[in-house]
Design a binder for this molecule. Structure first.
Ligand SMILES: Nc1ncnc2c1ncn2[C@@H]1O[C@H](COP(=O)(O)OP(=O)(O)OP(=O)(O)O)[C@@H](O)[C@H]1O
Ligand SMILES: [Mg+2]
Length: 617
């Protein structure tokens, strides 16, 4: 087992979520939920628990053997018997070592298995949560939950619960044995114990708050680093390196100070334990020696009484060492347990979040025409801050509807509710005359391909980014779709072609290329309805043409709702809806809307396109 000091550092290192350590060391309900995850590994748990009890018992055998060896073999000069005793001691040692090995291995394996299962559950749960949950939950927090908070639960098994039980058993067994051998000697030797327990308690409380501080500072450091590395280009563009450097020094120093503070308690506590242990030893030797002298006379009188012998003293010295080690570690282990409980509490809070996407509908018809109707739709992300107000429109199968409007008008929100990423507050949205809530949600989403404003690419190959690892989508289909979109050539030119590995967020592709990939992604699923949130970022003319052609291709034979920024897309739409502050201001074709003198569309058009030097058709 690792020594106490190392334990303390390993616990200080996981990045904290910032939250305080306030939980009780043992919350039975919480522990019960954790134990639920132990069920599949019941055998391991039982064996580990048995080994723990066994080890506590075996630990006592060694001092007893020492005592017997000295009193019955060495002092009387029984040398042949001494050989047997030595062999017995070696055998006990081997058994003890083997049991220790299995116990350590099994408790660790148990902890890791439990958190593996928990991590799967938490990942599954997180991916099923509504987008709304992520609007107010920092991603860093969720990562902390699934990584470092979970680690603390593994520690419940490897360093916490089972070993605390083992240690307590050992302490009780040692004290009981000492009292049994000679209660007076035992009581005098154990005089420093209450003080030691008090010191341990004080230390436990002090170290608890310092751990909390360390975890808070780690979280700050992590957040700072994560943000600054993600935003490195902004820092460099604006030459903020020096200022950020100073801020970092500050955060880093705070982290160091928190660690030093927590280590300071250890550097006080360990010498204190040493003092008490030396005191106990002193008392033992002083009183023990006195007793040996007086007991010699007693032994002479009554043959069946042995009193305190040199063997007893030697055994007590060994027992004292055995006794002080677990007591010294108990403070640490209780903290480990407590941190595990806090971790468990946080994890179960995430698991208990019931903001999952409600899949109440069951319809999944063979065919879909793709007719869309919004009827008096109201929508708010929060409370009654209406983002969409009384929106009604109707798109016939195969038609294209363009949404235009200033930034924040509610265009993206309109398509977010069609997918049921967010739920409509009032009113109804229908596809093929059926309320979208009546469709099976996975079916609904498979029929609506959504190309969002910010393209997200995973750090995976181009092919996998297109198929999203769906085995139903073959490589041939991917290539076919890429050809349709007109992106095949550029993909082929990449090193490795379709197996080219895209870095996270598509950093190694241009934004135009990333958009094309997201178009192919939509096309391979062959959806009935296309929802396209055109990216506003401008691209070079060549890519622009590619993208325009790709958009035509995507819209062909599909019902489309397009949030259009491109003049070409808008002009070709069957109908245009002008949104302003969540309300429909105007509806019509491009030509119709332009004719409205002083109209929103006309103004928008003049602002957006005329200033860019594009002539009105
Ligand atoms: N996840 C969200 N939580 C709360 N409010 C949001 C959320 N997303 C958008 N909003 C708010 O809803 C309103 C409409 O936003 P929306 O994204 O629909 O605008 P948009 O028309 O797509 O604008 P843009 O052209 O900039 O993309 C804005 O006022 C915005 O602040
Ligand atoms: Mg938008």
């Amino acid at each position: 087992m690792s020594d106490d000091k190392k334990d303390s550092n390993s616990k200080a290192s996981p990045s904290g979520g910032g939250g305080g350590i306030t939980g009780k060391a043992l919350d039975w309900k919480l522990l019960g939920r954790v134990m639920h995850y132990v069920k599949p590994y019941n055998k391991t748990f039982v064996v580990a628990a048995f080994l723990t009890v066994f080890l506590a018992a075996v630990a006592l055998v060694q001092p007893i053997l020492i005592q017997k060896t000295l009193d019955d073999y060495i002092l009387p000069g029984n040398y042949p018997g001494l050989v047997y005793m030595s062999i017995a001691m070696i055998v006990v040692l081997i058994i003890q070592t083997a049991a220790q090995y299995y116990q350590t291995f099994m408790t660790n394996a148990l902890g890791q298995s439990v958190i593996r299962d928990l991590r799967i559950d938490i990942f599954n749960h997180i991916t099923s949560l509504r987008l709304k949950y992520f609007d107010r939950t920092p991603i860093g927090m969720l990562i902390t939950r699934t990584v470092s908070d979970l680690e603390t639960i593994a520690d419940i098994f490897s360093e916490g619960l089972i070993s605390i039980i083992g240690d307590l058993l050992l302490v009780v067994a040692i004290i009981a044995y000492m009292l049994f051998v000679d209660w007076k000697l035992a009581l005098i030797t154990l005089i420093p114990m209450p003080f030691l327990i008090a010191a341990t308690y004080i230390f436990k409380e002090a170290i608890k708050s310092s751990f909390q501080e360390v975890r808070t500072q780690v979280a700050q450091l992590n957040t700072f680093l994560q943000e600054h590395i993600s935003g490195i280009s902004i820092i460099q563009y604006f030459a903020r390196e020096d200022q950020e450097y100073r801020k970092f020094v500050n955060v880093n120093t705070k982290y160091r100070d928190a660690n030093i503070r927590s280590n300071w308690y250890y550097s006080i506590f360990f010498p204190v334990v040493e003092i008490f242990s030396a005191l106990a030893l002193g008392l033992l030797v002083w009183y023990g020696a006195k007793r040996i002298l007086t007991d010699q006379e007693l032994v002479a009188i009554s043959a069946n009484k042995r009193g305190v012998t040199p063997g007893v003293i030697l055994a007590f010295i060994t027992l004292l060492n055995l006794l002080f080690r677990p007591i010294r570690q108990l403070a640490d282990k209780f903290n480990t347990l407590q941190m595990g409980m806090v971790g468990a509490d946080r994890i179960f809070k995430v698991l208990d979040t019931d903001e999952v996407v409600a899949n109440t509908g069951h319809l999944h018809p063979e065919n879909m025409d793709g007719e869309i109707e919004f009827k008096d739709v109201w929508f708010a992300y929060n409370d009654e801050n209406w983002v969409l107000k009384d929106i009604s429109f109707h798109v016939k199968p195969g038609e294209t509807l363009a949404l235009v409007g200033a930034t924040g008008a509610g265009k993206s929100s309109t398509i977010n509710i069609l997918n049921r990423f967010y739920e409509i507050s009032k009113g109804i949205a229908k596809i093929d005359g059926v309320d979208i809530r009546d469709y099976d949600i996975n079916f609904l989403r498979s029929k609506i391909a959504t190309v969002i404003q910010d393209v997200f690419l995973f750090s995976d190959t181009i092919a996998n980014n297109i198929s999203l690892n769906n085995p139903a989508i073959t490589r041939e289909r991917v290539i076919e779709a890429a050809k349709e979109v007109g992106a095949h050539e550029f993909i082929e030119r990449l090193p490795g072609g379709y197996d080219y590995n895209v870095m996270e967020r598509g950093a190694t592709l241009s934004s135009g290329q990333a958009q094309l990939i997201s178009f192919i992604r939509a096309l391979v699923y062959d959806p009935k309805i296309l929802v396209l949130d055109e990216a506003t970022s401008s691209v070079d003319t060549e890519t622009e043409i590619l993208i325009q052609n790709a958009i035509y291709k995507l819209m062909e034979g599909r019902t489309a709702i397009v949030i259009a920024h491109r003049l070409s897309t808008i002009q070709n739409a069957d109908r245009i809806i002008v949104l302003d502050h969540g309300e429909i201001k105007e509806t019509g074709t491009h030509q119709e809307l332009l004719r409205i003198e002083g109209g929103y569309y006309r103004k928008l058009y003049d602002l957006q396109f005329n200033s860019a030097g594009i002539a009105r058709d």
